[in-house]
Design a protein around this ligand. Structure first.
Ligand code: SF4
Length: 233
């Protein structure tokens, strides 16, 4: 089958263990206020690949990524879960570690099949109250928490990645609320706080879409370190 791909990053080191190929698929039902990839929102904006073509392209990097793996990101890769599953099957058959970078907001039978193949899930909980989640992403926090429950039941390894935005979710109270949500889950092996950045401004301008956080300052590393300390406690 065919699917839509925004781009492939050849040798990433941030999206899972080791050196990895990162496949950015297109299509996302969310509209996070801090989104860095508005050019991945529309599925049809991506380049069309067959599953074998995409796998072949990634396998050219095999010598570099054989001890790391492949991460599917986006966009929201679960929008094209069937396609991603086909590609992941080919790559996994070559012994590659498969990670899925997801919001957890697309959860259906196709996603379940994809999860069977995945070794690691990178999950972004984003906001800790239903109101804030709805307001800042357009989606429901309850669905994401159900997804996390599912990962726990499946015993999948999960890394939480949480973008911290000044004035929006950067108080000690926000981080305590996050910690409380995550506390019961044994599947969570790591929690990372990522500073809000504005490197995406040019993309928004090109697309003619207003960036909602244009006037929000970037997060300072010092603040992130303080909140990480709080999270450890
Ligand atoms: S889930 Fe990711 S790609 Fe989709 S809008 Fe949010 S940040 Fe952007």
């Amino acid at each position: 089958m065919t699917g839509y791909v925004h781009s492939i990053q050849s040798l990433g080191t941030l999206d899972g263990p080791g050196v990895r190929a990162v496949i950015f698929t297109t299509g996302c039902p969310l509209r996070c206020i801090y989104c860095h990839n508005p050019d991945t929102w529309k599925k049809e904006a991506g380049e069309v690949f067959s599953s074998s073509e995409l796998a072949e392209k990634v396998l050219k990097l095999y010598p570099y990524i054989k001890n790391g793996g492949v991460t599917f990101s986006g966009g929201e890769p679960c929008v094209q879960a069937k396609f991603v599953t086909e590609v992941a099957k080919i790559l996994k058959a070559r012994g590659l570690h498969i990670a899925l970078d997801t919001s957890g907001a697309v959860d259906n039978e196709d996603t379940d099949k994809l999860l069977e193949l995945v070794d690691l899930v990178l999950l972004d909980v984003k906001f800790t109250s239903s109101e804030a989640y709805k307001l800042n992403t357009g989606a429901d926090l309850a669905g994401v928490l159900r997804f996390l429950e599912k990962l726990e039941a499946l015993g999948k390894d999960v890394w939480i990645r949480h973008v911290v935005v000044p004035g929006i979710n950067d108080t000690e109270e926000d981080i305590r609320a996050l910690s409380k949500i995550l506390e019961p889950y044994k599947c969570i092996k790591k929690t990372e706080l990522l500073p809000f950045r504005k490197l995406c401004l040019e993309k928004y301008e090109k697309l003619g879409i207003p960036f909602p956080l244009r006037d929000t300052p970037e997060a300072e590393q010092k603040r992130i370190s303080e909140l990480e300390e709080l999270l450890k406690r």
